[in-house]
Write a protein that binds this ligand. Structure first.
Ligand SMILES: [Zn+2]
Length: 307
């Protein structure tokens, strides 16, 4: 048995509430070391990584290890081995996201995607007639993005040095939870927008039923990732947005289906998405998701911020 030597945070990383309000939410961090835990603040509801990895550790991780790390987590449904395969196996994400993006898209708009990965969303935006710019910190896909004709930068700082035109839309999907300082990040996003511009983001919801409704030990060992600084609920996300005095809306979204949940319960593994679709009707699958969303016991938050 290895002893776990917990380092206790002095206060909440998000709202600064005192140590007495902090409890351990997850004692196992995927990809982390023994001292890492996810803590939960009983005041603002933030769930956060502690101790905090250094900026050097983090930079190295995104430059060299992120794709390998994601590939080790993704089961069979996403292929991280090369850019073309990554684009192909993410088309289901494009069509799912289109429902909440389409009402805001118009040909000719300037859009920035932060964390554009292989560019599978940029391709869809470009087909819609939008002018696309991407930020991608990983070295893995950057040459591929350039060869595909995209203006891309490895960091926000590099973008600001070379691109002074503001955007109609700033979008990011599963990026916000990786951000060390969410307040500063959102303020930077707003500065990049034209007046009347919008931020649209997709963020994991810590009320994911696999951790907040059901008890699945294998999922607990998998879910809490060293790549994330925070896991947000509607309450903790509202805390950030209200503190910045922003105008916003949040929608509940459920990405994973009933089959995925059953496979977690029976086999303790990811990759079950769609497994029983030949048995379950579309109505059943949709109703299951709706009931989870209605109760905000769902795996994803869609966030709109209006400048
Ligand atoms: Zn807090």
């Amino acid at each position: 048995m290895c002893e776990k030597n917990n380092q206790i945070p002095k206060s909440c990383r998000l709202c600064g509430a005192s140590q007495e309000s902090q409890i351990i939410r997850a004692a196992t961090v995927f990809g982390g070391r023994a001292e890492h835990n996810f803590w939960q603040c009983r005041s603002c509801d933030a769930v956060y990584l502690y101790p905090v990895p250094s900026i050097e550790e983090e930079t190295y991780f995104y430059k060299k290890e992120f794709e390998k790390f994601m590939s080790s987590r993704s089961g069979q449904e996403r292929d991280w081995s090369n850019a073309e395969a990554h684009i192909q196996t993410n088309q289901d994400q494009v069509s799912r996201r289109w429902k909440f993006l389409a009402p805001f898209l118009e040909p000719g708009m300037d859009i920035l995607e932060i964390g554009c990965s292989s560019g599978f969303m940029l391709n869809a935006f470009r087909e819609e007639g939008l002018h696309c710019v991407g930020i991608e910190p990983s070295g893995e896909f950057i040459e591929f993005l350039h060869s595909n004709g995209y203006e891309t930068y490895q960091t926000l700082e590099l973008l600001k040095e070379s691109h002074s035109e503001p955007f109609d839309l700033v979008v990011h999907f599963f990026v916000f939870e990786h951000i060390r300082d969410p307040f500063q990040f959102l303020e930077e996003n707003l500065k990049l927008l034209k007046p009347g511009g919008k931020i649209i983001a997709e963020i994991p919801c810590v009320n994911d039923p696999l951790t907040s409704l059901y008890t699945i030990p294998a999922f607990e060992k998998f879910y809490w990732s060293i790549a994330h600084h925070y896991y947000y609920s509607p309450k903790s996300l509202s805390y950030v947005l209200d503190k910045l005095d922003l105008k916003y809306e949040m929608l509940p979204e459920q990405r994973y289906d009933l089959s995925n949940h059953i496979v977690w319960m029976t086999e303790g593994k990811p990759g079950g998405q769609g497994r029983y679709s030949h048995i379950f009707s579309d109505e059943l699958l949709e109703k299951y998701k709706q009931d989870l969303k209605k109760n905000w016991l769902c795996d994803t938050i869609i966030l709109y911020v209006y400048k």
